[in-house]
Design a protein. Sequence first.
Length: 142
Amino acid sequence: MTETSEFPLRPLPALTKDTEAFWTGGKDGQLLIEQCDRCAYYIHPPTGFCPQCESRDTHFQPVSGKGRLLSFSINHRKWMPELPERYVLGIVTLAEQEEVRLVCNVVNCDPDAVEFDMPVKVLFEEQDGCWVPLFEPDGDAT
């Protein structure tokens, strides 16, 4: 599951106590999402607080890395010299809980082939110890 895409380098997030596990889990091929110990609700972005039951008892749980593309936009402007002119920015809902939505790039496919509700799976791009989750079409999804 851990791969490096051909997508160029990107600005990296700041790693904090609340977000470090999410941004480094890809090192082990795992998409880690914060989960409440009390009610099992998945929390993203990670905050150390459950919005469902208000518990502060949380941990990071590996998830399947599979989901569906809820929405997307195809960029047609070169905003930074390192970025391609055309790329897909999407919102993915995870299989484990539809309310978990990740904003990400969809890679390894022609942008014109991207469709709403398309099954996707995670892969990771490593940069300076940060493992950025990206998604690609999941041809194995049923």
